[in-house]
Design a protein around this ligand. Structure first.
Ligand code: PMP
Ligand code: GLU
Length: 397
């Protein structure tokens, strides 16, 4: 007897988390694995944020928080959006959740009806398509390869739109590719969207601050789509707070209210202590964000240089986030002893078993010819990992 619902049976396991788990298991067995699988900053949360959380405990922030989050945090987010992105969302339009992941899922569940189409440019982060499946929506994947810097064109977007299109879900800077749409590129997509007033634009801006281009444009800043754009962001990446689980959506009021209703039935408000920490992140000095960004940029330069020295990898220069997404299909069909590499998943497992480096197969991101490497780790780890990858790949004939 299978006790599991079709809904969950049809869901794929998160490959990013699964690879990281596998790498931790091997480490626990004493194997020296370098983990480039999960994407999370390796820095500790800055001290002033930790102090705020300790104060919150002493000040007895131990009761249920309001379902959409403390008003003081929603105000801080509203001010952040105006200050940094030039966009205006009232605190009532902001719903704080257990990470950007929950914020995204809330918005999708709150707006997508069964059969509605959601356009997702690929490569795309692992959870989007699964969240759309949960909502019984239909994923419409629009592929963009390394030759177009993993960015879709306005004509690709237009060709994907049908009368059933409910939403466009765009992530920039992108996980897994690191690509960042310029203001002009976004404007060209907005030009298309302005002709389709019923499409909700869901902008995943979680990597906003991990950006090496010197500028960031929020999709919500375009007047033509401002009244139907939902921004999702949070503290996980910018402030090295992945474990605190605080993210938010900033949305048209009706969508914010719907997310609050949904969240009120299945999680309630996010952790009270973590919310006070997030408030300190948004209202305190932003120097920590820049310090971490500089470290990520230095590592980006290192990983790109080393990856380009490895024969058979096609490597672009990512402009944001902390991922490298090389094209690896030249290794498909090759073997090491009796181990044959048929696809990117085989290659990721081979690199783990033989090279002791954990990566994630592009298959998890709807991009079969690639693997993802997270370079949110020390320069030493990056250098050693790339050496191991080069050695393991050189054994494939
Ligand atoms: N969106 C993207 C593109 C991500 O990479 C992540 C990281 N897991 C999330 C959302 C979710 O972040 P959070 O830790 O805030 O749930
Ligand atoms: N965003 C990170 C990643 O893609 C964290 C893991 C996850 O939530 O999927 O690796």
């Amino acid at each position: 007897m299978d006790f599991i619902s079709t809904r969950v049976n049809n869901l794929a396991q998160s490959q990013t988390l699964a690879m990281s788990q596998k790498s931790n298991e091997l480490k626990a067995q004493g194997i020296d694995v370098i983990n480039l699988s999960v994407g999370e900053p390796d820095f500790n949360t800055p001290d002033h944020i930790k102090e705020a959380a300790k104060r919150a405990i002493d000040d007895n922030f131990s009761f249920y928080s309001p379902v959409p989050g403390y008003m003081s945090l929603r105000k801080a987010v509203s001010e952040k959006l105006l200050r940094e992105n030039g966009v205006s969302f009232r605190p009532e339009q902001i719903v704080v959740s257990g990470g950007a992941k929950q914020a995204l899922c809330n918005v999708i569940l709150a707006t997508v009806n069964p059969g509605d189409e959601v356009i997702i440019p690929t490569p795309a982060w692992v959870s989007y398509v699964e969240m759309v499946k949960l909502a019984e929506g239909k994923n419409v994947l629009v592929p963009a390869g390394i030759e177009s810097d993993f960015k879709i064109t306005p004509s690709q977007l237009e060709a994907a739109i049908t009368p059933r299109t409910r939403m466009l879900l765009l992530c920039s800077p992108s996980n897994p590719t690191g690509s960042v749409y310029t203001k002009e590129e976004l404007a060209a997509l907005v030009d298309v969207l302005s002709r389709y007033p019923d499409i909700i634009v869901l902008a995943d801006e979680i990597y906003e601050h991990i950006n090496y281009t010197g500028s960031f444009t929020s999709l919500a800043s375009f007047e033509a789509i401002a009244d139907r754009t939902v921004v999702v962001n949070g503290v996980s990446k910018a402030y090295a707070m992945t474990g605190w689980r605080i993210g938010y959506c900033a949305a048209p009021l009706a969508i914010a209210k719907a997310c609050t209703k949904l969240q009120g039935q299945y999680t309630s408000g996010a952790s009270s202590i973590a919310q006070k920490a997030a408030e300190a992140a948004y209202t305190g000095s932003q120097q920590c964000v820049e310090d971490m960004r500089l470290a990520f940029e230095r590592r980006r330069n290192l990983v790109v240089r080393l990856a380009r020295e490895i024969p058979g990898l096609k490597v672009n220069e990512p402009n944001g986030a902390f991922y490298l997404f090389p094209e690896v299909s030249s290794y498909f069909g090759k073997s090491c002893g009796d181990r044959k590499i048929n696809d990117a998943s085989d290659l990721a497992m081979y690199l783990l078993d033989v090279g002791h480096v954990a990566t994630v197969s592009g298959d998890a991101f709807c991009a079969p010819g690639y693997i993802r490497l997270s370079y949110a780790t020390s320069d030493e780890n990056i250098a050693e990992a790339m050496k191991r990858i080069a050695e393991a790949l050189s054994k494939l004939k």
